[in-house]
Design a protein around this ligand. Sequence first.
Ligand code: CP3
Length: 345
Amino acid sequence: MFPLLRAARQIPGEPGSDANRVPVWFMRQAGRSLPEYKAVRGEGTILHVIADTDRAIEITLQPVRRYGVDAAILYSDIVTPVWAVDFGIDIVPGVGPMCEHPFASAADLDRLRPLEPDVDLPYQAETIKAVVAEGGVPLIGFAGGPFTLASYLIEGRPSRTYTKVKALMFSDPKLWHQLCELLADIAIATLRAQVEAGASIVQLFDSWAGALRPEHYREFVLPHSTRILEGVADLNVPRTHFGINTGELLDQMADAGADVVGVDWRTPLSVARERTGGRVALQGNLDPALTTGTWEVMEKEVRRVLADNDGHPGHIFNLGHGVMPESDPGVLKQVVELVHEEGRC
Ligand code: CP3
């Protein structure tokens, strides 16, 4: 069994064999930190690159070749399915997802028609099939979580405060839940199509859900995340649930039906393990900023994270959030080598 899938299921490795090493991959491992990415990326919106299977296959495989990571992650974006149903969203280089006409009222619900993956994003399955055939590592599929996707649709651009999202959530809970229902349907269709094409683990990125206090998360987000994760349960692939600033939400994120919970760098793995009662594997949790610095500092931190996991079988090594454009690929490669040498679980 691939180390990633073993760790995701918290199955102890065979002592003394390579099969008990801690698996490692990086969120946003494909991207602007890699010169080979810049060489094929071209200009304009990333969404057109994602839809171009030749480039998407190449970009998905680049970090596997360069770093020797234990997984490929599909080159796509959390907003790709919403773009594919013509909601009216784009990703502006250097800024992020933007909508010219943000979601504001019940009339906008019609702009989120059901996703038909074969028709709306056939390139997704094509890319996955080719990567699985060539890659030699498991492929991670993913979708955007309800809060994070809704935040881009409602704010119309990246936000630090989520003022408009929260205003809609608190002033019109019925509309909020209707919006999240449609986003959950789209996420389920996306993930199911990815697994059918060959993804062997999926991740729900609710990156910004940590903006909510626990009571509000429980009321406004958890029911929808639970429906998404339960909506792929019959496919028997491990499900990872991730967000940053979610130290106070980790127990609920585990309860949503996850096999693995992502932990950002603020919460030690030992604390996350206590908060989730050991019922899920943990993924994380180096501070991504360290990837721009020296190996000397990084080495100590890699060892700290491994020690903090203390040999528990359910550990997938990763950053606490994504690779940054400024990250040093040389440092990332050394991280993979050290985790493979020293990490055992
Ligand atoms: O390597 C991988 O991890 C796979 C691909 C991937 C991308 N986006 C490609 C991408 C994944 C998993 C995502 C998810 C995603 N997209 C999230 C959740 C993960 C997280 O970071 O919290 C979010 C919030 C988004 C929305 C988004 N897309 C933002 C904020 C940006 C940055 C805009 C910018 O230019 O700085 C994007 C663009 C994007 N998606 C890039 C990549 C590689 C940037 C590079 C480019 O435009 O070529």
